[in-house]
Design a protein around this ligand. Structure first.
Ligand SMILES: C[S@@+](CC[C@H](N)C(=O)[O-])C[C@H]1O[C@@H](n2cnc3c(N)ncnc32)[C@H](O)[C@@H]1O
Length: 361
């Protein structure tokens, strides 16, 4: 073994595996108890009370407890302090891995290599010759490959847009994405065998779809809430100034509902939306901002007024959703249907509301 380990790190790893399984028998317990997360996350960033990022590294007090806790850990920031990579929350990783329903010999593609920890868990379970992963960031791929090798795995890893898959290793029996998408990318679907299971974050949920025939897939959302960092693309910025100059209209939907009961449905109806909130000195909500990737922007004030700007009127969609969802809906009641001509998410029984997903990821 050529990676640092000691009684404390080994014990912390076992404890995390046991806590994740929570008394159940999980087919992934051995992987979590064996693969050392600390090798893949030798250092991470945490925000202090003022919002400044501080690093914590192997050997420092609290590091081992945190790296083997059920926490998502930010591992890379851009020049503006915006996280660009992270090691996902272990319990969420476990839910997604279990949803993949993996069997011996399956060939798996992962979109979003990041630290390589999830890939190491897959390699432990399936053997590294059966797993392939792509990340858009060359530096991350280089580091992940090195850490994977350190723990004895050499799966196929490559730099690229994971939405395009990795055709030379296709077909895949299982596909998992660890970065947020707006639909199942067609190029990725084309690399899945019939019967393949695809697990990926869509909006504030995770969908599990089965490929029923070439170009067709269907499946429900997991009950688990989730928010993954978005696939890196360039979206328009919110137009708060322009929105603020529009004439106000009345809204009966409390702005807080967008951050609560309507958060998941809005992510299906307004794929890729962003939101923010404004609060007074006592922390009381004053208004929320809502914008879509085309720059359409709404500012909804707690007084019951809303100002909207741009080609879409995103708050009108929120009003429509509020009529359907009196309380936070169960994600498992949402069904994704994929055909070669389009992708839709529908709610409830036949005849319930449905939303078309964008044509690109
Ligand atoms: C939450 S992290 C992945 C976590 C990773 N599976 C792990 O175990 O550490 C999301 C990753 O997706 C990558 N990413 C973002 N856009 C991408 C794209 N278009 N294609 C491939 N990877 C992308 C980011 O660079 C980031 O490393």
């Amino acid at each position: 073994m050529n990676w640092p380990d000691n009684g404390a790190s080994a014990a912390a790893r076992q404890q995390l595996a046991a806590a994740l399984a929570a008394g159940r028998v999980s087919e992934w317990s051995d992987a979590f108890a064996t693969v050392p997360r600390h090798v893949f996350v030798p250092r991470f960033y945490r925000q202090d009370a003022e919002g400044a990022w501080q690093t914590m590294a192997w050997g420092e007090p609290g590091y081992l407890e945190t790296v083997y806790s059920d926490a998502a850990l930010t591992t890379q920031l851009d020049d503006h302090g915006v996280p660009t990579s992270s090691s996902s929350q272990p319990s969420l990783m476990l839910s997604m891995l279990e949803a993949l329903d993996i069997d011996e010999g399956h060939r798996v593609f992962e979109l979003g290599t990041g630290t390589g920890y999830n890939l190491a868990l897959l390699s432990h379970r399936l053997g590294d010759t059966n797993v392939t992963s792509v990340d858009v960031d060359p530096g991350l791929i280089e580091t992940a490959a090195r850490h994977l090798q350190t723990v004895g795995f050499t799966p196929t890893v490559a730099v690229g847009d994971g939405a395009k898959g990795y055709p030379s290793r296709a077909p895949y029996d299982r596909i998992i994405a660890t970065v947020g998408l707006h639909m199942i990318p067609q190029l990725l679907l084309a690399q899945a065998s019939v019967g393949a299971v695809i697990v990926l974050p869509l909006g504030y949920g995770i969908v599990r779809a089965t490929v029923t025939s070439p170009g067709h897939a269907t499946g429900r959302f997991l009950v688990t809430p989730a928010h993954f960092m978005a696939r890196r693309t360039i979206g328009a910025k919110p137009q708060f100034e322009a929105a603020g100059q529009q004439s106000p209209t009345d809204s009966s939907v409390p702005p807080a509902d967008l951050l609560g009961r309507l958060k998941f449905p809005a992510s299906v109806a307004l794929p890729g939306y962003g939101s923010c909130s404004w609060r007074d000195g006592d922390g009381q909500l004053e208004a929320v901002g809502l914008w879509t990737p085309d720059g359409s922007t709404a500012i909804a004030h707690v007084s019951g007024t809303v100002r909207q700007y741009g080609p879409q009127r995103p708050w009108d969609t929120v009003e429509d959703l509020a009529k359907v969802f009196n309380s936070e809906p169960d994600r498992a009641d949402f069904l994704l249907t994929v055909t070669p001509t389009g992708q839709t998410v529908s709610y409830g029984d036949r005849g319930g509301p449905s939303w078309s997903l964008p044509a690109t990821p």
